[in-house]
Design a protein around this ligand. Sequence first.
Ligand code: MN
Ligand code: MN
Length: 337
Amino acid sequence: MIPVDPRYLPPSAMEVPRFAGIATTMRLPLRNVADPQGAEIGILGVPWDGGTTNRPGARHGPRALRDLSTMIRMVNQATRAAPFHTARIADFGDATVNLTDVGQTMTLVEDQFSALRTAGVTPLMMGGDHLLSLPALRAMAKDGALGFVHFDAHTDLFDSYFGGMRLTHGTPFRRAVEEGLIDPQRMIQIGIRGTTADGSDRAFAAAQGIRIITIEEFRQRSLADVMAEVRTRVGSRPTYLSFDIDGIDPAFAPGTGTPEIGGFTPFEAQCMIRALDGLDIVAADLVEVAPPFDATGMTAWIGVSIMFEILCVTANAVARRAGRKPVICEDIPDPGV
Ligand code: MN
Ligand code: MN
């Protein structure tokens, strides 16, 4: 099997070393949201953290993720997936945002995701803070409520902060459920832990029928058992995948605004995302990497490594929607390095 389109392949690392050149995401071609035709998956950075309730810095996430992402190679050794040969993936640069205007940013980001969706491009957002999932969902749920797989230390299901402020990174999925963007019966949150302000998020989840798997429950079950429940819960219909980097234990990934101890290992995160292969993923995000707290760059590296896993299962979903078979390593004549 040959590549879908050689123009969408990163350059050979034997000719252009991975440490050289301009840092586009995973060394993919750079495209523009104003001209998205031809791409099947669009990685869009959103350098904005105006929804942050405590330590800011995620606005710097996309640039740090892009830099570390140049270390990513072509093939997933565990699953054999070859995402860059399976689907036409491009870096769409960074979204236009307004750092000091939350409302305008919500509109700008929704419009840019809508442009990708209209062109048939499946978006992968790199944040930015978690409020940005809300405008992405507003753009992607135009045909009806989506399933939602959510890895995070926090539920992000609170009603408001600071006296009625309803748009923060602690509230996006309350809004998304209220607006009918997410089907609560097809929603599942994994890794929830840490201290909390009150029980209002859990009360909302219980009233709506949202499934929460705390880190305590996760630790008492096998990963395979948990992920079987996730697949059953969201089923075969269109689903949004959201990964907050603070789901990972801060011993590994300290570079985030609201760390909580007792989290996933990076390997558990890889295994969980691999277990999502077969779902109809129509959009995804990786959010809350905050480089000012990431002294070694390891949080950004874990972030892009998770993005690669997300790309593998998302490219497979894109290929299946197009009636193609996902490409694996053994299909490629020279997979490169
Ligand atoms: Mn979050
Ligand atoms: Mn979180």
